[in-house]
Ligand binder design. Sequence first.
Ligand SMILES: Cc1cc2nc3c(=O)[nH]c(=O)nc-3n(C[C@H](O)[C@H](O)[C@H](O)COP(=O)(O)OP(=O)(O)OC[C@H]3O[C@@H](n4cnc5c(N)ncnc54)[C@H](O)[C@@H]3O)c2cc1C
Length: 353
Amino acid sequence: MKVSVIGGGPAGSIAALNGVREHDVTLYEEHKKQPIQCAGLISKTGLMRLGIKLKKQHIKNTVYGAKIFSPSEESFLIEGKNPKAYVIDRGEFDQFLLDQATDKGATVINKRVKDLNGIDADRIILATGTNYQLQRKIGVNSPKRFLVGAQYEIDFSCDPRFVELHFNIPEFFSWIIPLKDRVRIGCCSNRNPVPYLDRFIKKLMSEGRIKNLRIHKKNFGIIPLHEPKLKTDYGKVVTVGDAAGQVKATTGGGVILGGLAATFTCRPDYERCWKSAIGKELNLHLRVHNIMANLSDQNKNRLFSLISCHKQILEEKGDMDIASKAVYGMFRNPAFTARFIYQLPYYLVDLVF
Ligand SMILES: Cc1cc2nc3c(=O)[nH]c(=O)nc-3n(C[C@H](O)[C@H](O)[C@H](O)COP(=O)(O)OP(=O)(O)OC[C@H]3O[C@@H](n4cnc5c(N)ncnc54)[C@H](O)[C@@H]3O)c2cc1C
């Protein structure tokens, strides 16, 4: 079958790479160098699930866990024995995936696709990220709810083995992702994130953690929230990756789960396949996001204090992509569940009223 992939980000390249084993694949990418809006944190297990072997030059740092800061700044460390994630150079990573698709036989055309006229294909895969113009033009549904992300790369010294997650924003969190001598510091919000990020940086300066503020790079982007009922399969045309909202609502990460969905894009039953592989996990990420976004700071403090007492469950079972391992792991622990049920009325006040 003739397959056309529109978009050469991770979802498009992985779709092309998988499709080219059996089909005649052409990929259209409008940029010579794909634009990057990413913190570049990718789980080790996710890469293994996708069968992607990174080269040394893609890895800017290796991460073993996370330090979580509650709204009241109480913190606890989730520390794995083995590497949990890599901080990558997304530009090089995207090019590496695109080159692999080309090496395996996909044809890459450097062109912006404005409509589907003239695309001669039995299957058209829209992997156009958060640029929804083409989807709107041809009447293909796109996500409706978004977070906005802002990120700076700055000089900063911290323990390079751990990312920091600061729950200092009502509907999301701020992150510090260590490179070797710099960090990517950023946050997401459902409104303009820049004032939140600037406030966070000011606070780190007042604490002496940032001595001289030198911003090397700035990066802004939108993150679609997953919509379980969004149609992604129109027969000849399918959507994948950010175009289909296949993003973890807890963290905004879309490379791994969008990539996993992309492996099914040439199947006749694409939507059934990707939903059975990752649909439940995406829904669980969304539920956790919706709960966290609605909890007051006081209740987030309460919940983090409870989780910190059982953090070994996260250390043993936590998986950055498969949320059910940590969530069900927690609720299978009788001590956690008993205290959670005791605290439930507090949480319900935020979630119901
Ligand atoms: C601030 C921020 C931080 C993030 N951090 C992380 C992170 O740490 N880890 C993670 O996993 N995810 C992260 N994400 C999300 C991640 O970047 C996306 O989920 C991921 O890039 C989605 O891949 P994609 O292939 O679907 O789309 P994209 O990577 O956006 O690729 C789409 C491609 O399509 C091309 N294109 C679009 N329209 C056309 C057209 N009409 N014709 C031809 N080409 C076209 C574009 O040029 C682009 O190259 C972050 C996002 C933001 C905003």
